[in-house]
Design a protein around this ligand. Structure first.
Ligand SMILES: NC(=O)c1ccc[n+]([C@@H]2O[C@H](COP(=O)([O-])OP(=O)(O)OC[C@H]3O[C@@H](n4cnc5c(N)ncnc54)[C@H](OP(=O)(O)O)[C@@H]3O)[C@@H](O)[C@H]2O)c1
Length: 177
């Protein structure tokens, strides 16, 4: 069975970015040498499914940070809008979360890193997320884009562990299945 996994950081007040998508507060906080487990997490994934919002932010970075295949969910972007350097690395899809997971299953994927606030919310609504790793930064940013949103029904989660890092980051792991 294919499974969806979330590894994400939020401000203490629960935002994943500022309203304009800014993540300066995230990039400049904490001790960059601290091992938060991201490398081993992403190494265990077959690839990443992200929303257009996250894709657009990542393409503003100097270099493309992923070595795993990336699927971008969008109704407004088309494959032809991809820059040359991302051809073969990124696929654009306009599919529902369930259809994306079915397609990726047929391609042999079993573990999917699901990223982007709206996309995570839609995968949660369709019961496609197995676990969530949330790293909370010790900063309040007051407003922004949220990690969680409306649901069709309550989603019970099991708290697995919480780790406090010397820099003040607090990371919690929750299982949904
Ligand atoms: N703090 C962190 O660790 C972290 C992690 C990831 C991202 N971020 C930040 O979060 C921001 C982006 O998050 P976001 O919540 O705005 O957006 P997002 O989930 O990355 O992208 C949302 C967009 O994806 C498209 N989409 C396609 N299928 C969808 C589906 N099934 N469900 C939802 N959206 C779908 C829609 O774009 P179309 O209009 O093209 O259809 C929608 O507007 C960026 O600033 C990024 O840097 C932070």
């Amino acid at each position: 069975m294919i499974s969806g996994h979330v590894f994400i950081a939020t401000s203490l007040d629960g935002y994943i970015s500022r309203k304009d998508g800014g993540i300066d507060w995230l990039l400049s906080r904490g001790d960059p040498t601290e091992d938060l487990g991201y490398e081993s997490f992403i190494e265990s994934m077959d690839g990443i499914v992200m929303g257009r919002g996250t894709y657009e932010k990542v393409t503003s970075f100097e270099t493309w940070p992923y070595t795993k295949p990336v699927v971008v969910l969008s109704q407004s972007l088309s494959q032809s809008s991809l820059p040359d350097n991302l051809r073969g690395k990124v696929r654009l899809m306009n599919l529902s979360p369930k259809d994306v997971m079915n397609l990726l299953t047929s391609e042999g994927w079993s573990k999917v890193y699901v990223d982007g606030g709206q996309v995570i919310q839609s995968f949660l609504r369709d019961d496609l997320i197995d676990d969530i790793v949330i790293t909370v930064l010790p900063v309040l940013i007051g407003s922004g884009r949220t990690l969680f949103g409306s649901l069709n029904a309550d989603v019970p989660v099991r708290h697995m562990r919480t780790t406090c890092f010397p820099s003040g980051l607090v990371q919690s792991v929750y299982k949904l299945k």
